[in-house]
Structures are given as C-alpha cells and as structure tokens.
Design a protein around this ligand. Structure first.
Ligand code: NDP
Length: 281
C-alpha cells in the first residue's frame, strides 16, 4: 500500500479513516464500528477523530472499533483551541484517551489556531510526549503564516491537517509544497468534498466510466479520492460509515489516473494562480 512517512520515522498507509459525525446516531453505531474494523482488516492504520466530534461520541465509537487491536492503529485526535492552554491540553488529552479507551495517541493535533500562544500549546504537547500520553503532535487548519509562526516555536510538528479536494485546491499555490519541504505531512480532510456536488460533476462521472477496480466499474468518489491519493506527502482521511463505502475507498488505491484524466480534471477544477487564504470547514 502506498505510504507516507512522518518526520519521526513512523510510516503509515496514505489512506486513513475520518470519523466526523460518527457516533451521532446510535442506530448507526454498529455499522460505523464495522466500517472502521473493515479498514483495519484491510491494512489501513490511521483513524482520525477529535474531542469536538460529538463531544467524545466519535472517540467512543473509535474506542470500540480498536478494542483489542491498538497496535494496528495510528490514532489521531485533536484538541480544541479553547482547550489549548497548558492545563487545558492535558485535561483534554486525558478525556480523549478515556473515550478512546487507550493510554496513548500516536498524533495529537491543535484543531485550529487558538488565542493561546503557540509556545504554551507546544510546550503542553511536549509535556504529553514526556508523559508517554502522545507520540507526536501537529496542527490543523494552519495556513503558511501560521506554519511560519509555528516553526519559530518548534520544528517538530508532524502534520498539518487541511481541507483538500478537487474543489479546494488553493493550497497547491504555496502551503502543500511548503509543508512538504519542511517535513510536515499534509492530512487531506474532506477529500470527497463531503459527498456533495463534487461527486456529481460530469467530468468525474466520465473519468469513472473509463476505470475499473476489483469491485467493478469505478465511481466518481473513487476518482476524487484517487486524485488526492496520487500526491506525495499526502494522507487522505475520507469518512466512511459503512463497510461498502470503506471497501470502495480502499479499492480507489488501485486507480491510476492517466495524464489525460489529470488534464481534464485541471480544466474542470482550475489549479490556483495566486495566493488564496486557506479554506476551512
Ligand atoms: P469526506 O469528504 O470524507 O466525505 C464524507 C462523506 O462521503 C460521507 O457522507 C460518506 O458517507 C461519503 N462517502 C464515503 N465514502 C464514499 C464512497 N466511496 N462513495 C460515496 N460516498 C462516500 O468528508 P469529511 O468532512 O467527513 O472529511 C473526512 C474526515 O476529515 C472527517 O471525518 C474528519 O475526520 C476530518 N475532518 C477534519 C477537519 C478539521 O478541521 N481538521 C474538518 C473536517 C473533516 P457515509 O458516511 O454514509 O459513509
């Protein structure tokens, strides 16, 4: 499976699993747990969650899914900016570990920029590392200027998790290359455009009709995902709440987009020509 390597040497498949909105409907819980386990069974490792997602309900579903198989998982959670103080980070991390029923996170991210000084948050992350509660830390929704500010505090961030999909290409102008050059892995959130209008774009339907995977004819979602996955230093974390979606996403790894496909996609979804502020959801 294609992979990305964090600056601390840890290597993971470049396809992970998102969990926003997971845990919101008790009737779906069993299927959500099954979908995550299906991903692990297929060799996926990264599971992305956050204290914000349902105030721990997403983390609790993840905790159930990974019970008994912690070593197979690269577990990512995020602290809210409102908890980014020294004491707040420690408390939030302990709470997340409780919901996740584990004693460490592989990666802990600041969900977005906080009014708390970066020095304080980073030193709280460093404390957590010393305590063995996390194995690495990073950020999310940080634009170029934020990354510059962060690097003045510490060179150790492992990842920057940002919005990235065919409709949201602004970071191609600067942030993606900058993060790669400084050894920060990009985690692409909402790579399927949250299954909205993106997946109905005729160009995706057309390209899908020209590709196959072991599951059958390719789908527009698989093309959108393959487009994100083809890029270096990029870890995509689509959310799949069913085994069927999880399997389709894993099968997207089989798709190799042709130069003609890429040209058609560039025509339909223009790459940026100038700086654009980082879009966030
Ligand atoms: P995605 O782009 O991953 O889209 C999720 C939607 O796509 C769901 O409706 C899902 O349906 C559907 N879907 C999944 N697989 C397929 C498929 N093969 N075919 C058709 N539809 C499919 O959006 P998210 O916003 O969830 O982003 C992914 C993850 O990124 C989040 O879950 C979260 O972990 C993270 N994130 C981080 C943010 C941040 O600020 N750091 C912000 C937003 C997201 P179903 O649920 O029925 O499977």
């Amino acid at each position: 499976m294609p992979s990305v390597t964090f600056r601390n040497g840890v290597q993971v498949p470049n396809l992970g699993m998102g969990t926003w909105n997971v845990g919101e409907n008790p009737a779906l819980r069993a299927a959500e747990v099954q979908a995550l386990r299906c991903g692990l069974d297929a060799g996926l490792k990264v599971i992305d969650t956050a204290e914000m997602y349902g105030h721990g309900r997403s983390e609790s579903v993840v905790g159930e899914a990974i019970a008994g198989r912690r070593a197979e998982v690269y577990l990512v959670s995020k602290v809210l900016p409102s908890n980014a103080s020294r004491a707040g980070v420690l408390e939030a991390c302990r709470r997340s570990l409780g919901f996740l029923k584990t004693d460490y996170l592989d990666l802990y991210l600041l969900h977005w920029r906080s009014p708390v000084a970066l020095e304080e948050t980073v030193s709280a992350f460093e404390d957590l590392m010393q305590m063995g509660l996390i194995r690495g830390w990073g950020v999310s929704n940080f634009d170029v200027a934020d990354m510059e500010a962060l690097e003045r505090v510490s060179p150790d961030a492992l990842a920057n998790q940002i919005l990235y999909n065919l409709e949201e290409r602004g970071t191609e102008f600067d942030l993606l290359a900058r993060d790669a050059a400084s050894g920060v892995v990009t985690m692409a959130y909402s790579p399927l455009g949250q299954a909205g209008a993106l997946l109905r774009q005729p160009v995706l339907v057309e390209i899908a009709s020209q590709h196959e995977t072991s599951l059958g004819p390719a789908t527009p979602a698989q093309i959108a995902l393959a487009w994100v996955l083809r890029q270096k230093n990029m870890l995509a974390i689509p959310k799949a709440a069913s085994v069927a979606h999880q399997k389709l996403n894993i099968a997207a790894l089989q798709i190799v987009l042709t130069p003609q496909d890429l040209t058609a996609l560039d025509r339909a979804f223009l790459p940026p020509r100038r700086k654009q502020s980082l879009s966030v959801i």
